[in-house]
Ligand binder design. Structure first.
Ligand SMILES: Nc1ncnc2c1ncn2[C@@H]1O[C@H](COP(=O)(O)OP(=O)(O)O)[C@@H](O)[C@H]1O
Ligand SMILES: Nc1ccn([C@H]2C[C@H](O)[C@@H](COP(=O)(O)OP(=O)(O)O)O2)c(=O)n1
Length: 247
């Protein structure tokens, strides 16, 4: 795909709306947003944007630079000046901040524990939302973007908007299975339940906004959830999507 590293500060000229399909997916931690969005993007030959990875990369930078996460102005200034580059490739998503690849480092427990304090900084949000809109507007064919406020703030005009939910017990179990011995059950509960509580103070992902379709993944397999969203996309935008999905 031509949408490789996308410097957020220099978006390419937006393609006409009619040529692009934007699929927006929000939901709480562990509902399956990242895996589902990647699967949908792969099936439909679209780009993929993990906005949570941008908040995580910003948090990694704050932690590494020694700036106090409680110093809202210093945190915002650091992030506003940073170069954040996301690959938009669903098969191999990666992210770099100020030239350093942090794809692995943003998944460390220290980042998961601190990310909400950065993501609830309103100046940081304004900056990252502007970058996300530029990325979405700059993709040629279309994009699946996932996070907490994509359906409501970043891309409320997207023709396909989904709130992906799952019962808290299923979400905690999924995260525990993913992290294995890397995290205790207390840490996993903190990562999922406490983080959602904090994050929901600045983004409305606990209830679907008007026009947003709720998909409950609690009792659906990942391929089933992907198929539901591909079905929604085909219904709203026949003609945007290749008849034979590229692998
Ligand atoms: N429908 C599903 N059924 C079972 N496990 C799932 C499902 N969707 C995602 N998962 C798994 O749950 C974990 C969390 O998924 P992820 O996509 O990272 O969620 P989110 O981005 O919403 O936090 C991953 O290990 C993923 O493979
Ligand atoms: N659009 C977004 C995306 C993520 N965030 C915040 C909320 C989350 O705690 C962090 C990390 O997001 P991420 O999607 O990686 O979270 P998960 O670990 O997949 O649950 O960023 C946000 O505030 N707005």
């Amino acid at each position: 795909m031509s949408d490789e590293i996308e410097p957020a500060k220099a978006p390419r000229r937006p393609a006409p709306e009619a040529e692009r399909l934007v699929i927006a997916i929000d939901g709480p931690s562990g509902s399956g947003k990242s895996s589902t969005a990647r699967g949908v993007a792969k099936k439909l030959g679209l780009a993929y944007l993990d906005t949570g990875a941008m908040y995580r990369a910003a948090t990694r930078l704050v932690l590494d630079s020694g700036v106090d996460t409680g110093d809202a102005d210093a945190v915002a200034a650091l992030i506003e000046a940073a170069d954040i580059a996301s690959t938009l490739e669903p098969s191999d998503p990666a992210i770099a901040i100020n030239g350093t690849d942090v794809t692995e480092a943003i998944r460390e427990p220290a980042v998961s524990a601190a990310v909400s304090s950065v993501a609830t900084n309103l100046a940081v949000r304004a900056n990252l939302i502007a970058r996300q809109r530029a990325i979405i507007g700059g993709t040629r064919k279309g994009i699946v973007a996932e996070g907490r406020d994509i359906t409501t703030v970043v891309a409320p005009e997207a023709p396909v908007r989904v709130l992906l939910v799952a019962d808290p017990a299923a979400r905690v179990a999924r995260r525990q299975a993913e992290l294995g011995e890397k995290a205790t059950s207390a840490e996993v509960t903190d990562q999922v339940i406490r983080r959602d509580r904090d994050d929901s103070t600045v983004a409305a992902f606990t209830e679907a906004a008007d026009g947003v379709v709720v998909v409950d993944s609690t009792h659906l397999s990942l391929p089933e959830v992907i198929d539901v969203i591909v079905g929604l996309a085909r219904r709203v935008s026949v003609g945007h999507i290749p008849a034979v999905a590229p692998r």
